[in-house]
Structures are given as structure tokens and as C-alpha cells.
Design a binder for this molecule. Structure first.
Ligand code: SF4
Length: 229
């Protein structure tokens, strides 16, 4: 199996909520979001091999619940990722995936071997190209949301908010779209400057959630999870 890997975090309690997991970071992503905090994983290879990762995981059997595959964008290497997920399950671990939904067809092909998916939502589907810099990325994301919701796979939809990229009206539009697709919840997270390749964004971030906006968002989607600071 050829797998370009960017690193391995041996233990995490936050990347698959409720579970103790190792996190495997893969490289490669077809999108270029300006706030990406893993831009160092857009290309390259850290020299870590899958056999070395597997050997490590074998020492964690009974100590960890699951393995999260993150990136970068795991769907960029979908064939090898699928093989890895099957081997991870074969060791007795649960499986989780972090993705932006760059290909609904590829996501669909992995779902039978996934216990949980964290799906990044960039904004209203019409705003995707301005955030990812890639044409038709909103179409891919919408199809990924539809497939994930229809599958019944446990998941979290989550959105990074920087007020220069998403206005309050954008967030209202996004929640209306997701609610119309049947999503009961989306978690909104504050932009973090760590790893961001766009220094201007890091400099212009400011608080964005007003009580009025919180009320508008909760009126559309009562299950929306808002940042507390
Ligand atoms: S889709 Fe994710 S990994 Fe790819 S550029 Fe955007 S934030 Fe970074």
C-alpha cells in the first residue's frame, strides 16, 4: 500500500469525541482554504511508513478505542486509505475520518468501514469557491453532506468561522441550507491562527458572535453548537 503520511499523534481525546484515539495525518489536499491550519500537509511525505504505523498500533490494542484518519484530505488518497481503514478495523479499533467532502463518491465508498465522520463545512455552498479557491467545491460538499446524512453514520458537521470569510448572513444561509438537507446540528468553531498560511487573516480575526446572531442561528437550528468565547 502506498500512503503519503504527514505524522501520527499517539493519543487524543478530542479528535473522535468520546473516544481515546490515535490520529494519523495524511498529506495532500486539492483545496486551498486560506485559514487551513494544516497547510504543511498540502503536499509531501514525512517519511513515516504504513508498516511502521501499523506496528505502533499493534502495541496499542486494548489501550486505545479508535484511530482517526485526518489530514490534509484523506479522500485524496482514497484507495490506500480504504485499505488502511480495513486493517485498522482488523486490529479491533474503531475508525474515524476527518474530511472536507472533496468527493462525495469517494466518501460514499469509505462509509461502510467508518464508525464516525467529522465533515468540515466551509460555508453556504455558493460561497465555497471563494473559500477553497476551487470551482464546484460547493457541489462536492453538498453531495457529501447528503450522502453522509442518508447513511446514518455518526458524524459531526463543523465550520471554522473567520468574520472576513463568513458574515453573519452567510452563517444564517449555511444553517438554512443544512437544515433543509436534514442536518440536526453543526458545530461552529473560532478561527485559530496556528498554521494559517495567510498572515492577513491571522491579523484581522476578531470576535464575531453577537447575542443577536446567536439567537438567529438557534432559531434556524436549535441543535447548533456555538463557541463559548
Ligand atoms: S480542505 Fe481542509 S486540509 Fe484542505 S486546504 Fe481546506 S482546511 Fe486545509
Amino acid at each position: 500500500m502506498t500512503l503519503r503520511l504527514g505524522g501520527l499523534v499517539p493519543w487524543s481525546s478530542v479528535d473522535y469525541p468520546g473516544y481515546q484515539a490515535a490520529v494519523l495525518f495524511v498529506t495532500g489536499c486539492p483545496w486551498r482554504c486560506p485559514y487551513c491550519h494544516n497547510s504543511h500537509l498540502w503536499a509531501g511525505d514525512a517519511g513515516l511508513s504504513w508498516p511502521a504505523v501499523r506496528s505502533f498500533l499493534e502495541t496499542r490494542v486494548g489501550l486505545l478505542d479508535a484511530v482517526v484518519v485526518s489530514g490534509g484530505e484523506p479522500l485524496d488518497q482514497v484507495t490506500s486509505i480504504h485499505e488502511a481503514l480495513k486493517e485498522i478495523r482488523g486490529l479491533g479499533f474503531g475508525t474515524a475520518l476527518h474530511t472536507a467532502g472533496v468527493s462525495a463518491r469517494r466518501l460514499q465508498g469509505l462509509l461502510a468501514d467508518l464508525d464516525w465522520v467529522g465533515l468540515d463545512i466551509k460555508g453556504p455552498f455558493s460561497r465555497y469557491q471563494s473559500i477553497t479557491t476551487r470551482a464546484r467545491s460547493g457541489d462536492a460538499a453538498r453531495a457529501s453532506v447528503e450522502i453522509l446524512l442518508a447513511s446514518g453514520t455518526p458524524h459531526e458537521l463543523r465550520t471554522t468561522v473567520h468574520p472576513d470569510l463568513l458574515s453573519g448572513d452567510d452563517l444564517v444561509a449555511m444553517l438554512n441550507e443544512l437544515a433543509a438537507l436534514g442536518a440536526p446540528s453543526v458545530t461552529l468553531k473560532n478561527f485559530r491562527p496556528m498554521g494559517c498560511p495567510d498572515s492577513r487573516l491571522a491579523a484581522t480575526y476578531r470576535p464575531w458572535l453577537t447575542p443577536e446572531l446567536a439567537a438567529r442561528l438557534r432559531a434556524i437550528m436549535p441543535g447548533v453548537v456555538l463557541p463559548t468565547s
